[in-house]
Design a protein around this ligand. Structure first.
Ligand code: OSB
Ligand code: MG
Length: 376
């Protein structure tokens, strides 16, 4: 597999999609999302798509849609254009001087992987080394105005067949919703995600969650506060899961050394792409840490990449790869990600595995940029 590839043209599409249900985390509320699609074309005319799934505001991570646009157009695409490579894991080497900006990098990396898989005529999951033919999906539920609204959301998703539900928590919305959902669903695989809003002053409050048989408590403390994560883990039985804290494999190494986690959420965007996400999976597997694939409300392109990644053997917990219909009335790939009783089939078609709906992309595009020969 030493086919040489060269990206000769690149396009960015800023696409706006309304969410079917507003989503609130400990930091923000969203009714529609703008993501930047990355389209890479090689000399033969083959195309690979990627998705920059950054939030609009710098609340989950420091990046925004605008910073991603800037970094991709000014630095990442010029670094890869007209530079030959024989495997997508070489892309990071082309932009090794560019620090951080993982969401922007992830979109370009993903487009290179899907282009590579397309050219090889092999499914993305296979080129990544995935072995599962289907993956189990969970759902992530935002903070709701009332406990009854939350219970209605949980009921809808449980009835749709999802076997795992994650609840967003924040001070004032933690023990009460967890207790209500646990009473209504004694056997549900349930976990909570705080998106880093608590501090060491809240250790006692968080320990109260230990009595509800949660599968994990995800990112209770600030991203760089690994010591408090380790302190909580020492005093509770519920596994601590890290999300925002792990942006590189080095971060994971430090967290492992400090016993700051028992479970890892791997997000393609947060890690800076599929190459890094796969490396984190391999390291966690070595360390005996189970992983699952987190989401950023991806449109179909990023969502299919998440499904492909989740087919790797270390992804033993349900991933946030819920069906497209949970988020969008119509998705940008055809037919979109489908879950049957919480199970998603890993596409067997080559590349991304589903055709991209260019008409829908064009209809929802709010900004566009082309780099390459047509610009010269
Ligand atoms: O922490 O996992 C998170 C959405 C936006 C920002 C952060 C997170 C999330 C989610 C959504 O939980 C997961 C999904 O895509 O369904
Ligand atoms: Mg999270």
């Amino acid at each position: 597999m030493s086919t040489e590839l060269k990206i000769v043209a690149a396009r960015l599409h800023r696409v706006r999609m309304p969410l079917v249900h507003e989503f609130q985390t400990s930091s923000h509320r969203k009714a529609f999302l703008d993501h930047v699609l990355v389209e890479l074309e090689d000399a033969s005319g083959a195309v690979g798509w990627g998705e920059i799934a950054s939030s609009s505001d710098p609340y989950y991570a420091p990046e925004t849609v605008e910073t991603c646009w800037h970094i991709a157009s000014r630095y990442l695409l010029p670094a890869v254009l007209d530079r030959p490579w024989t495997h997508p894991d070489q892309l990071a080497g082309l932009w090794s001087k560019i620090r951080g900006n993982n969401f922007a990098k992830a979109g370009v990396d993903m487009a290179a992987w899907t282009l590579w898989a397309e050219v090889q005529q092999v499914p993305l999951a296979t080129v990544l080394g995935g072995t599962r033919t289907e993956v189990v999906a969970g759902v992530s539920l935002g903070i709701e105005p009332t406990i009854d609204d939350l219970l209605a959301q949980v009921q809808q998703q449980v009835e749709a067949g999802y076997p795992r539900v994650k609840l967003k928590i924040a001070p004032g919305w933690d023990v009460e919703p967890v207790s209500a959902v646990r009473s209504a669903y004694p056997d549900l695989d349930l976990h909570v995600d705080a998106n880093g809003i608590y501090t060491a002053d809240d250790l006692e409050q968080l320990r109260k969650l230990d009595g509800y048989r949660l599968t994990m408590i995800e990112q209770p403390f600030a991203p760089r506060d690994l010591l408090t994560h380790a302190a909580l883990q020492r005093t509770i039985g519920t596994p601590v899961c890290l999300d925002e804290s792990v942006e590189t494999v080095d971060d994971l190494e430090t967290a492992l050394a400090l016993d700051a986690l028992k479970i890892l959420n791997i997000k393609v965007s947060r890690m800076g792409g599929l190459t890094a996400a796969r490396a984190a999976h391999d390291r966690a597997q070595d360390a005996g840490v189970p992983v699952w694939c987190g989401g950023m409300h991806e449109f179909g392109i990023g969502r299919l990449a998440n499904v492909a990644l989740s087919s790797l053997s270390g992804f033993t917990l349900p991933s946030d790869v819920s069906a497209s219909e949970k988020y969008y009335a119509r998705d940008l790939v055809e037919p979109g990600v489908v879950a049957v009783r919480g199970v998603v089939q890993v596409p067997r078609a080559s590349g991304l595995g589903q055709p991209v709906d260019r008409e829908l992309i064009a209809a929802n595009t709010v900004a566009q940029l082309s780099l390459g020969p047509e610009q010269e």
